[in-house]
Design a protein around this ligand. Sequence first.
Ligand code: DX5
Ligand code: ZN
Length: 214
Amino acid sequence: MKVAPSLLSCDFLNLQQEIQRLEAAGIDYIHFDVMDGTFVPNISFAFPLLNQIRAITDLTIDTHLMVQDPERYIEAFANAGSDIITVHVEATNHIHRAIQQIKALGKKAGITLNPGTPIESLVPVLKDVDLVLVMTVNPGFGGQRFIESCVDKIQFLNDFRQNNDLSYEIEVDGGVNETTATLCSNAGADVLVAGSYFFNHDDLSIPTAILRGE
Ligand code: DX5
Ligand code: ZN
């Protein structure tokens, strides 16, 4: 299991130290949550911050765009140093084009969906992506409760991957903690995003080991 802490819950006033703590804990991806105030009812941060983070770490940066019409910004996030760029199927009329745009920039392409969106809406593009992110809260805020009914989507993606000989990673985001992590891993998740639960620990190697199932 890979671990992707969400920077949304870190101490912004000590960001450099926080990145160093993540490196020391041996995490896999930095999950970078971008909120535009339109697709979700909250605003977070964007490329200027990502640029500065890229300059101080070699960790994989996993950018989650909670942004309406993400095609407008894909190139900017690629240039700012994202390794993986994930877009919401609800945020664009042209999910296939958005995926091709990400891949043409040499980045890994991810797709994601809100809890209320049926998993079938992703099927036409599952063979084109490197990662599928299953949202287990309504995006926009950290610290919300895990929606258990979304676990079926993880299972669906795991079965679909096997049956069609595909290799996308399955990532889960929202309300992940030591209890819900087990539900996700049993259903076939490969990467767990965690914000509030993760940064609630003084020693970040502890949640890293727990989420990894060690
Ligand atoms: C939700 C974000 C998540 C969130 C996770 O809108 O996409 O990445 O920060 O936070 P927790 O783990 O606290 O639910
Ligand atoms: Zn996220």
